[in-house]
Design a protein around this ligand. Structure first.
Ligand code: SAM
Length: 274
């Protein structure tokens, strides 16, 4: 879908774009192709697309995959999409509310989407924490969020979002998408990241709430020693014992600990009493 086609469609229907819905449409064919290639999609795949907009990505997905489920919140765009792609399985809904309200088995689905930036992080966390989470998430979002998703311990961008998503997903690469590839050009940088579900979960389902509590508490004050912060929820004695067992300094800050160390902390702190 070229920029001229997008402009014509919007003009014909007198659609004024809504900034709060993150309506920046990707018109660059090369970048669209790169996203679909990163998603490694085949005719055997089922793909969830959140925020199809005018459908530039949808068009490519419908050619390449077995099934597409698209969720768009703007009724004006839903009308355009229904006309352009009568065969598309399309829901008119707030995708975040839909995912929360309708738990379903996403385990053999891939998410391939140019996400609405304002809700990109909660959507990713919600899907990553679904009991039957998607097997791959190839998403375009704000560069700053992409950097957090790709970060490793000691990186400036490493934090709660990194750990909540990387618990189940391995970041497999990313690329920047220049602002002038979108209409209208957003005033933030964008990137596409590729997250692939780990073959073997690092934690059993029952321990995931403990992992979330530890991570959130440990990063609640980034510059403070995490042992001190965790004392708000766990007994000092237990914490000291576990830190010693894992060879973690009691002075350490959360940003220094790897995902594997957070997983080990979760396992040991879940054993016995608080
Ligand atoms: N995929 C299209 C593209 O690449 O050109 C549009 C991407 S645009 C960044 C985000 C789209 O998400 C818009 O069409 C917007 O209306 C839609 N949207 C915003 N918030 C949404 C939500 N909560 N649920 C579903 N769609 C949403």
């Amino acid at each position: 879908m070229k920029l001229t086609d997008m402009r014509a469609l919007l003009n014909q229907r007198d659609i004024q774009l809504t900034k709060s819905l993150g309506q920046n449409f990707l018109h660059d064919q090369h970048q669209l192709q790169r996203i679909v290639d990163a998603g490694e999609v085949t005719k055997l795949d089922k793909v969830l697309e959140i925020g199809p907009g005018l459908g530039p990505l949808t068009e490519l997905l419908l050619e390449r995959v077995g099934e597409v489920l698209a969720i768009e919140m703007d009724v004006r765009l839903v009308a355009v999409l229904r006309e352009r792609f009568p065969q598309l399985n399309l829901l008119h809904a707030d995708a975040l509310a839909y995912i929360r309200r309708e738990p379903r088995d996403w385990s053999d689905w891939k998410l391939v989407a140019n996400l609405p930036y304002s809700v990109a992080s909660p959507i990713l966390v919600e899907l990553a924490f679904a009991p039957q989470r998607p097997k791959q998430m190839t998403v375009t979002l704000q560069l700053e969020v992409a950097q957090r998703l790709m970060a490793q311990a000691n990186d400036e961008d490493y934090g709660v979002l990194t750990l909540l998503v990387q618990l189940d997903y391995e970041p497999r690469g990313w690329f920047k998408i220049p602002a002038d590839c979108f209409f209208p050009a957003p005033n933030v940088d964008s990137a596409c990241v590729n997250l692939v579900r780990r073959e073997k979960p690092l934690l059993p389902d029952a321990l995931r709430p403990v992992f979330v509590r530890i991570v959130k508490r440990a990063f609640s004050q980034r510059r403070k020693m995490m042992l001190k912060l965790l004392k708000a929820e766990w007994a000092a004695e237990k914490l000291q014992q576990v830190f010693t067992e894992l060879n973690i300094s009691p002075m350490e800050r959360a940003e220094k600990l790897s995902l594997e160390q957070f997983v080990a902390l979760t396992t040991l702190l879940s054993e016995g009493a608080r």
